[in-house]
Ligand binder design. Sequence first.
Ligand code: MN
Length: 244
Amino acid sequence: MALEEYKRKRRFEETPEPPAKVATKAGNRFVVQKHDATRLHYDFRLEMEGVLKSWAVPKGPSLDPADKRLAMHVEDHPVSYFDFEGNIPENNYGAGTVIVWDVGTWQPLSPVAVDGKYVPGTEAEAAAMLAKGDLKFRLKGKRLKGDFALIKMKGRRPGSKGNEWLMIKKHDDHVVEGYDIEEIEDSVLSGRTLAEVAGDTGSREWKSRPTGRGKLKAAWLADAVAKLDKKRAAESGVKKKRKK
Ligand code: MN
């Protein structure tokens, strides 16, 4: 059953993470979360079949096709995990701080390239590619853009769980050679860094988000930011009158 593993691994009376619930509405968002757990890593999640298909990428995605990034396929997450930012308490699964590093939409690419270029595919093709272990897709994020592939590694190393995939940038106009994901540290939703969220006891006032991140054109993104603002305001315990 979908999200069964997600549910089994967590104690929802302790973690602020969202409950296991399969979405009935279709969607095509993606998220990259930066997660300071036992080991710092990035979680890459694609909205698909009512859940977020998820991979833990130790070094994070790259816009350089020369980087073949190890991506461990992990349990499906609920769609509401999409804008989760906060602290998972000690002694809980995934304990540590999470920020939303990138958000956007994605589309499947057809497994067959036309004149050496990838063209949009269907959801059915995406499901088949995922099952086969060779998923090609296009990202339209705030930070990650262009064509990518997630490829399941075949040879199993001794002791491996068989969940090792590689995330690879395809050649296109969005390639950045020598890409360094660590150069951008803040949350794409709140502007906060891991350290700021980690040190957040709930007593601090909600800082206004930094400017220059562009207008939030997409309704779903504006919703995510508004939700986060509301949550932060509630956490701060400070009820302020809105200024005009
Ligand atoms: Mn994680």
